[in-house]
Design a binder for this molecule. Structure first.
Ligand SMILES: [Zn+2]
Length: 431
């Protein structure tokens, strides 16, 4: 406000008034001289909801949803953005021993102590690849170009039945981008990590113990280490023949996906003299503008009113709170003092239990609605969306309109669903 009014800095110490001093009888009370000199103030204030009760001024941290500033927020605000590495989550897998992931991490950072890197650090070594004896030992040669490594990568490509580009570690990890089941993805990542680790192990054995390990024995070591990782994982696999062959090749016990559970979802009418309102929201795309809808029914499951509105906002949680507030305001205007509000949004349901979840931009309006519910008999409940389809269809109508719509009777498009609810017919949820 100081910026909008362009008040000089040397006058700031004279500004002793608080926001609550400009509110009287639940309305803005701005001196006429300010309004006449700064007409844009009225435009700004019309979007700010005034609390319907006495409230102290409170500072909010506008970069967070709840308006609180905690140490974590301050850290995130100040820290320099880090480069996101897609491969970090792949190699640091809970089923793969960290000592093996560490080698791959060093390979990504070009820090594996091959002769090439030792020379770069000032060590004088006569370099020769211990696995083939035909080239200088570099990371590129040892892990990708060496005949020993090539045999192992060809064997892996044959085992998983996929062409693998072995030009670099980035190229190899590309095969993880295919839509694998969680268990099979873990097995494939573990096979890649173990194969790199086994190459390094064989090179160590040859160089320091003078022990030759053939690539076939090395491939068996990869199988045995990968089998451990795959069996340690609790993730499930798909019912897919290709994955079945891969998991069997690595001697991994297949974790079949769990059979879906079927839940019966029933809509219940309110008791006598109560009104029940089901609310829902919908959007054309995600993220995209959200519209909301609500349907008020009495104890006979008869519709006493419906509403729909295009909110033209994107955050789904904000839209969920706005439709709940809209339903409470409408019920209050209609004089329905016993209101049962039902939503399929867990977050909206939780917001009634913990007002701290409500974003600070909506909090004044939210607390005004909570004040309204204190003058009502009010309950809130959650229903799965399968039982809330009437409100969903009403919201769809709101999406096609730019203004608020109110119906006193049932819109034709939801009459079938209303009758299903009235007759107590169930919907089913697969989870
Ligand atoms: Zn070699």
């Amino acid at each position: 406000m100081v910026d909008h009014l362009a008040i000089p800095v040397d006058k700031h110490h004279l500004l002793q008034a608080q926001v609550k001093d400009f509110i009287r009888d639940n309305k803005w009370y701005i001196p006429h001289s300010i309004f006449s000199n700064y007409p844009n103030i009225a435009t700004i204030l019309q979007d700010v909801h005034v609390p319907n009760f006495r409230m102290e001024d409170k500072l909010v941290w506008k970069h967070t949803n709840n308006g609180e500033l905690c140490f974590r927020d301050a850290y995130l605000f100040q820290k320099h953005p880090l480069n996101e590495t897609y491969w970090a989550k792949l190699i640091w897998n809970p089923s793969i021993p960290p000592s093996k992931s560490l080698l791959v991490w060093r390979l990504f950072h070009k820090k594996v102590p091959t002769d090439e890197n030792l020379c770069a650090r000032g060590c004088y070594v006569v370099s020769q690849c211990n696995l083939c004896g035909k080239a200088v030992e570099t990371s590129q040669h040892l892990f990708w170009d060496c005949a020993f490594a090539k045999n192992l990568w060809t064997w892996l490509a044959y085992t998983v039945n996929i062409a693998i580009d072995t030009s670099s570690i980035d190229a190899v990890l590309n095969i993880c981008k295919k839509s694998w089941s969680p268990q099979c993805k873990t097995v494939i990542i573990a096979a890649i990590v173990n194969l790199i680790d086994v190459i390094w192990f064989c090179r160590y054995k040859m160089r320091f113990d003078n022990k030759i390990i053939s690539w076939k024995s090395a491939s068996n070591m990869v199988i045995s280490n990968t089998s451990l990782a795959g069996n340690h994982s609790s993730e499930s696999s798909f019912s897919d023949m290709h994955e079945f062959v891969i998991l069997k090749a690595f001697a991994v016990i297949i974790h079949a996906p769990k059979a879906p559970r079927i839940k019966e979802v029933l809509w219940h009418p309110p008791i006598a003299s109560w009104i029940k309102c089901n609310i829902d929201g919908t959007s054309k795309c995600c993220p995209g503008p959200v519209a909301c809808g609500g349907i008020f029914r009495d104890s006979n499951a008869a519709v006493v009113g419906c509403f729909a509105q295009n909110l033209h906002i994107s955050p789904v949680f904000h839209a969920g709170l706005i439709r709940a507030m809209l339903a409470i305001e409408l019920a209050s205007k209609k004089g329905w003092i016993s209101l049962w509000l039902e939503t399929d949004s867990q977050l909206v349901f939780m917001a009634f239990k913990n007002h701290g979840l409500v974003p600070w931009r909506l909090r004044n309006k939210w607390l005004n609605c909570v004040e309204l519910t204190k003058n009502m008999r009010f309950i809130i409940s959650h229903i799965f969306r399968e039982g809330n389809r009437c409100a969903d269809i009403i919201a769809l109508i709101g999406l096609q309109s730019n203004s608020f719509i109110w119906w006193d009777s049932i819109p034709f498009s939801v009459s079938d669903l209303i009758n299903r609810n009235r007759l107590g017919l169930p919907s089913y949820r697969f989870c």
